[in-house]
Design a protein around this ligand. Structure first.
Ligand code: AP5
Length: 227
């Protein structure tokens, strides 16, 4: 199965895509995580992306398209994958269609998470993660069970994303409205859109998504599919 998560910054794309990866075995392809990894390692791609990301702007299409094209050809994507944060422009959407159709594939569903804009800012500015294992937390909505200790690895050091300030979030939202939201009619026209209210608690949103996925028999998709 090829699943696409769509929604503004902070809508819960990463949270839900990560959950689906664990539950169904579909690989989560987060372009934000991939770019941050390149940035951390100081690759050419990371250096090219850094100034755009740090300013809340979209990274140029050619960088993203090449990165995703390379990634979906890897073996772990053969059983299906979840695109979390890609495509975000018309050019990326068209490039994705072309690369999938070359392999005889197509997107099965586009899950759109809708969230009130003020809630997005709260979610993003309260978000942090474990510096050792990357586990994600939120000051109010999902803090670690023991204060200052990572639930997953016991680490004591936490970090915040450079683009998670209120000013950068506003720029990211503007980028979303200008360049990404206009893609909705493109996928609507293909009959792929499934809208989920992302305002409820994480578990409620998860149930709504699982209900959408039920008819797809996603466990079966793990058995292998050529890309
Ligand atoms: P990226 O990392 O993709 O950031 P984003 O789209 O801004 O999305 P976020 O990760 O901020 O939010 P999310 O929707 O995943 O929410 P999350 O689950 O984390 O991209 C970063 C940058 O990389 C871009 O600005 C751009 O520069 C570049 N980039 C990436 N892809 C690109 C592309 N295709 N083209 C060009 N440039 C690209 O949740 C947020 C918080 O809310 C968490 O703390 C979570 O615990 C909490 N939360 C989640 N769900 C709920 C809920 N239901 N209730 C309460 N809290 C919740």
């Amino acid at each position: 199965m090829i699943l696409l998560f769509f929604g503004p910054p902070g809508a819960g794309k990463g949270t839900q895509a990560g959950r689906i990866e664990k539950k169904y075995g579909l690989v989560q392809l987060s372009t934000g995580d991939m770019l941050r990894d390149h940035k951390k390692r100081g690759t050419d791609l990371g250096q090219k992306a850094a100034s755009f990301m740090d300013n809340g702007k979209l990274v140029p299409d050619d960088v993203l398209v090449a990165m995703i094209k390379d990634r979906i050809q890897q073996d772990d994507c053969k059983g299906g994958f979840i695109l979390d944060g890609f495509p975000r422009t018309q050019a990326q959407a068209e490039a994705l269609d072309a690369m999938l159709s070359q392999g005889g594939l197509g997107i099965d569903a586009v899950i759109v998470l809708t969230v009130d804009e003020n809630a997005l800012v709260d979610r993003i500015t309260g978000r942090y993660s474990c510096a050792d294992c990357g586990a994600g937390y939120h000051e109010h909505f999902s803090p670690p069970k023991a204060e200052g200790i990572c639930d997953q690895c016991g680490g004591h050091t936490f970090t915040r994303r450079a683009d998670d300030t209120e000013e950068k979030v506003r720029t990211r939202l503007q980028e979303y409205h200008d360049k990404t939201a206009p893609l909705l009619p493109f996928y609507q026209g293909k009959g792929l859109i499934q809208t989920v209210d992302g305002m409820g608690p994480i578990e409620e949103v998860a149930v709504a998504i699982d209900t959408i996925l039920a008819p797809f028999n996603v466990q079966g998709a793990k058995q292998g599919r050529a890309v």
